[in-house]
Design a protein around this ligand. Sequence first.
Ligand code: FES
Ligand SMILES: [Fe+2]
Length: 421
Amino acid sequence: MLSVEENEALCRVGPGTLMGELLRRYWYPVSQAARHAQAGSVPERVRLLGEDLVLFRSSVGELGLLDEHCPHRGASLSLARNEDCGLRCLYHGWLVAPGGSVLDTPNEPEGSRLRERVRQVAYQVVEAGGLVWAYLGPDPAPPLPAFDWVGAPRENVAIMAVKVGCNWVQVLEGLIDSSHSSFLHADQIRHATGTERSGGDFEHGTVHRPSNDRRPRIEVEDTPYGFRYAAIRRPLLDADKKKYVRTTLFVAPVYCLIPGMAGWTVNQFPVPTDDVSSTFYNVQYKHDGPVDEGQLRAQVGAMWERDILPGLQSRRGPANGWLQDRAAMADGSWSGIKGLMNEDIACQESMGPIYDRSREHLGTADRAVIHMRRLMLLTARQVAEGGSPIGCGGHFRYADLLAEDGLVEVERPWQDVSALR
Ligand code: FES
Ligand SMILES: [Fe+2]
């Protein structure tokens, strides 16, 4: 449980808020690189950390991320003409360069020096791993979170994104909460003897797990990038000799690595849009070759991708009861909601735009969630006092990070799961 004040401090993301200032010390994806591959791209409205911005590639090929509203009198630069090395506002023709300088004020008298006194907010932006990433914080920017998939061949990586109608912390808590999988995802998870690790059924889009233990023991260890935790379960076979260990990595401030099938990286995270909405990313990277449709279905649960409409909107939401199918539930489905991530998002949105954590009742299964909140609040306070944000000081390589699962002998520490790679 958090006090109302702590909950506010944890969740709010705008400029000048405690968490907003911490979150501004990291990079986030804001769009697909393909949308801005050509010089003179269509300006795109982007909302990140409660700020309205416009993303474009100028007529000479420079990527820019500017405050959306024209410095003259505020018309949206998403309407602007993309020409002459910048965005030319539709309203009175002012021209703003990707770096934020005003190059031209054509409705002012000849020789006017007004433009020299005006500067538009402009943020750093780079292209990597098929995405455009933005940094809204002070200089110098930290390194990009260059996970292994960021540098991988594009055909080996499937990236899906969808808008979620709730605060980013709710989405993040769902990612570091192993115990919900036995319930919410019961339709997708098969308990399989004879497997040592997570496996997948390409035909049916199910995930196999060598345990049916619904009461995992959670153990957490701090790391230079954040923390990792193990959910430890009794396996179906040899429970007196082995334990089933499943690790999750929390890479500050929002990135989570969870175990996929052998030879895959699964990276999921919420990008905080504002206080009451986020964009959920699901990245699946197959290390040894291109991702095919069947494998993707096995990884993410059948049907998920078909529920996303243009503009990354989900077909499911509170207005239609997340399209929950009660007849399917009478027929044996646990959730009545098709697709693993649709199940997650339904629960997270159902908590409300910003859940009031002073009303919750935490148990031992919530240890990783508790740890994340403490770590983020502590780091945010340290940064407010001039300290450095967690994960920005080196001592690890993003590309080396991987979540693992597998059977470990009972007398061995759970960390030995890393040796099974
Ligand atoms: S509002 Fe943009 S030029 Fe006037
Ligand atoms: Fe889930």
